[in-house]
Design a protein around this ligand. Structure first.
Ligand code: ARG
Length: 477
């Protein structure tokens, strides 16, 4: 059996080069379980509408179920002559059933079929990625909890700015990842529309009941425009944007880890299991997980760019260009499923040097803002307060001292409202514990923040596991 789905009007088979160019089964085989499941849904409506008799339906259902197991066990595989996943599976069906195996093509085109399969694949894989994101969020939140009160330098422009707690620094990543999880939740709402029943582009003259096959496949609704349904790949582009954004987020985690693990910073020690050595320099301990997290973001952004460029200017309904939506999507899914667990492990097993970070925290006159704030509390307008604090820094720099070492008279000469009282505020602990506003870096605020984050991730975990359970129940129905 050749597995060819067309040919009646042709006098020649495609040339080898055309077949090689056309062929997608070497990468779209991962759609097989979704293709078989959507075939079961299509079969059900064909039977229900009386287009297939009960006996043929029963045979086809049995053969499809056998194929589901055989594909799962790797016993049924695509052949060299198969063009894509759809033709390979139709070959499998006709090998089992003879001519009746071709009956499923009634009212269905590969155009609505591939759009349906790809949505199912994307939803399934997206939920796995959502779960991996929550795992990483939790790892970061727990690490933040461990260091909720550990002082560390805080940076702007990568220069010492104001002291922060390491817990605050670590927890910030949870918020970025939380937005990714939110994006996934609303992507799911928008993606839950079934294209099945749209046929090649215009719907079908057969009574297919697309709403029923949609519900059978767990979609919230069925497409309202068949032309849009077969050409819409917004869900692919949006998924790739989410993945690119996740890539950017983990690349920033990666960059911090690389920096913090360097000899110059020496704040972080990544465990042996998440470090690598060098083939020539025996002393090396390289943060490869962090570097790969940073590096992989390139392909995640590239996959998004590739698909958007392919879609731009594309005429509506199906065009073969759309076959190019798959490899970028599959690659981004595989990439994140590979990299996220490793980043989570790296975060979980990293330890930080509290003493080192605390020593560095006040350097670079990072407490200068405390002087300005002190003056503001004494009703000095901020512009003058800022000027005075700057003069204190300049005086310390020329006399090689720290801010708290300035004498009472030096202080009052700079600004008459500046008294020795200010020294009380010129400590890292004082600066940290005074930042108690919502979202501030004080240990108390950070503790509350982490509590909030853990509550949110528990909620995410709940809906993700409900969605995954419903999806796998649908797949095994
Ligand atoms: N392999 C094709 C794809 O991935 C399936 C749809 C082909 N449709 C067609 N009319 N040639 O897009």
């Amino acid at each position: 059996m050749s597995g060819k789905l067309w040919g009646g009007r042709f006098s020649q088979s495609p040339s080898d080069t055309v077949f090689a160019l056309s062929r997608s089964v070497q990468f779209d085989w991962c759609l097989a379980p979704y293709d078989l499941r959507s075939s079961l849904a299509h079969l059900a409506v064909l039977e229900k509408s009386g287009l297939l008799d009960a006996d043929s339906s029963k045979k086809i259902r049995k053969a499809l179920k056998e194929l589901i197991s055989e594909v799962g066990e790797g016993k049924f595989l695509p052949a060299a002559t198969d063009e894509d996943v759809h033709s390979a599976l139709e070959r499998g069906l006709t090998e089992k059933l003879g001519a009746v195996g071709g009956a499923l093509r009634a009212g269905r085109s590969r155009n609505d079929q591939v759009a349906t399969d790809l949505r199912l694949y994307a939803i399934d894989q997206m939920l796995i990625i959502a779960q991996l994101l929550v795992d990483l969020q939790d790892a970061l939140a727990k690490k933040a909890q461990e260091y909720f009160d550990a002082p560390a330098p805080g940076f702007t422009h990568l220069q010492h700015a104001q002291p922060v707690t390491l817990g605050h620094e670590l927890a910030k990543h949870c918020h970025a990842l939380g937005r990714d999880v939110d994006r996934i939740a609303d992507w799911l709402d928008r993606t839950s529309v079934s294209p099945l029943g749209s046929g090649a582009l215009s719907g079908s003259s057969l009574p297919l009941m697309p709403e029923e096959s949609a519900a059978d496949l767990g979609f919230a609704s069925s497409a309202r425009n068949s032309i849009d349904a077969v050409s819409d790949r917004d869900f692919v582009a949006e998924a790739l944007f989410i993945f690119a954004m996740v890539g950017v987020h983990i690349s920033r985690i990666g960059e911090e880890w690389c920096l913090w693990a360097s000899t110059e910073f020496a704040w972080a020690k990544v465990s042996d299991a998440y470090s690598t050595g060098s083939s020539i320099m025996p002393q090396k301990r390289n943060p490869d997980v962090a570097e790969l997290a940073r590096g992989k973001s390139g392909r995640l952004v590239g996959n998004l760019t590739g698909v958007l460029t392919m879609l731009k200017g594309l005429p509506f309904a199906y065009n073969r260009d759309l076959q190019e939506d798959k490899e970028p999507l599959f690659d981004s899914v595989d990439t994140l499923q590979l990299v996220l667990p490793a980043v989570t492990g790296m975060v979980e097993t990293t330890t930080f040097d509290r003493k080192k970070m605390a020593e560095l925290a006040p350097l670079g006159f990072s407490l200068a803002t405390e002087i300005a704030d002190f003056l503001v509390r004494a009703k000095v307008p901020f512009a003058q307060a800022h000027e005075a604090a700057g003069k204190c820094v300049a005086l310390c720099e020329t006399s090689n001292r720290e801010l708290h070492e300035l004498s009472d008279s030096e202080l009052s000469q700079i600004n008459s409202s500046l008294t020795g009282e200010v020294r009380k505020f010129l400590t890292v602990d004082g600066a940290l514990s005074s930042r108690t506003t919502l979202g501030g870096t004080s240990p108390a605020s950070v503790s509350a923040q982490i509590e909030h984050l853990l509550g949110q991730s528990e909620e995410s975990r709940r809906w993700i596991s409900d969605e995954r359970a419903a999806f796998s129940a649908m797949m095994s129905a």
